[in-house]
Design a protein around this ligand. Structure first.
Ligand SMILES: O=C(O)C(=O)C[C@]1(C(=O)O)C=C[C@@H](O)C=C1
Length: 289
């Protein structure tokens, strides 16, 4: 496909009167990331599962979805990569928020009372050290950290706790039994804003492309050298099983630049010609932290 075909995408998103979908309920980190990116009082729709956000976008029920993409300690949220490829949507923005996990219980409950803890798998994964030191706790995997907090509040039982944010504690009237139990102090999650259409603008300074490789010696080097030769700063590579052919992979590469930069055009033109499958997933504004 000629690079210029990509410009059929919408130019610069119009942020008024839009419907935004996220996974979870009020008090989830996804909702927090949505507020950070789009601002307060948006026309928001919440869903139980990541895939529900994709389905809603496909059905035109929402204009954008916001989903977690990578945690600074636990790595890629691979389910979201796979859904992005399944539904063929685009990345139009990114947000990054600091994640502080807390052990929450109903009013008056103490650590000694807790027997069962509810959270999203990421909540447990990010609080491994705390949980290792309290291995009597039974962990119950739940859709989302905030849904866990609400559930504990509804159960109104001193033996139940949730791992979730301070904001979720406030919203669902829970006490913080143990503050900031995440293993790493600089625990951040990057979120992507997804859309049915590609959006391009001159102030975009980060891009994501996805492509597949032949399983032959030197193929990856032969692809990646085009980034180096064009002096492009690559910021991330993620590899996911292609799912259509056994032991074949699809690469997701993030790099700095804009689709209109000559060096970017050179590199991605060559990579596109050489790869069996290629897609420009997005050209968006990098979140500076
Ligand atoms: O459970 C939430 O509150 C979410 O928004 C989901 C999610 C995730 O899937 O990674 C988002 C950010 C944090 O890393 C923990 C959980």
């Amino acid at each position: 496909m000629d690079l210029y075909d990509y410009r059929k995408g919408v130019l610069i998103k119009n942020k008024s009167n839009i419907k935004i979908g996220y996974q979870g309920i009020k008090g989830s980190f996804s909702e927090e990331a949505m507020i950070e990116f789009f601002g307060e009082n948006q026309n928001e729709v919440s869903y139980d599962k990541f895939e529900d956000v994709f389905i809603a976008l496909e059905k035109d029920e929402i204009d954008y979805g916001i989903l977690p993409f990578e945690n600074s300690c636990t790595g890629a949220i691979t389910a979201v990569y796979d859904l992005l490829s399944k539904y063929g949507f685009y990345i139009v923005g990114e947000e990054c928020i600091k994640i502080k996990q807390n052990l929450l219980g109903i009013n008056g409950s103490k650590l000694e009372d807790i027997e069962e803890v509810y959270s999203h798998p990421q909540g447990f994964e990010q609080s491994k050290n705390f949980l290792k030191n309290h291995d009597n706790l039974k962990l119950i995997y739940f859709y989302n950290t905030a849904i866990s907090a609400k559930h504990v509040s509804d159960l109104n039982d001193k033996s139940k706790a949730a791992i979730a944010s301070e904001r979720a504690a406030k919203i669902y009237g829970l006490d913080i039994i143990e503050k900031e139990i995440n293993d790493n102090e600089s625990n951040n999650t990057k979120f992507v804003i997804i859309s049915r259409k590609l959006e391009l603008s001159n102030d975009c300074n980060k891009m994501t492309v996805t492509f597949s490789l032949d399983n032959k010696a030197g193929t990856l080097y032969n692809f990646l050298k085009h980034f180096a030769e064009n002096k492009i700063n690559m910021v991330k590579i993620e590899s996911r099983p292609s799912k259509s052919r056994l032991w074949e992979y699809v690469l997701y590469v993030d790099f700095e630049g804009n689709i209109n930069d000559e060096n970017v055009k050179n590199a991605i033109n060559i990579i596109e010609q050489k790869s069996k499958y290629f897609k420009l997933l997005g050209c968006y504004k990098k979140k500076e932290i």
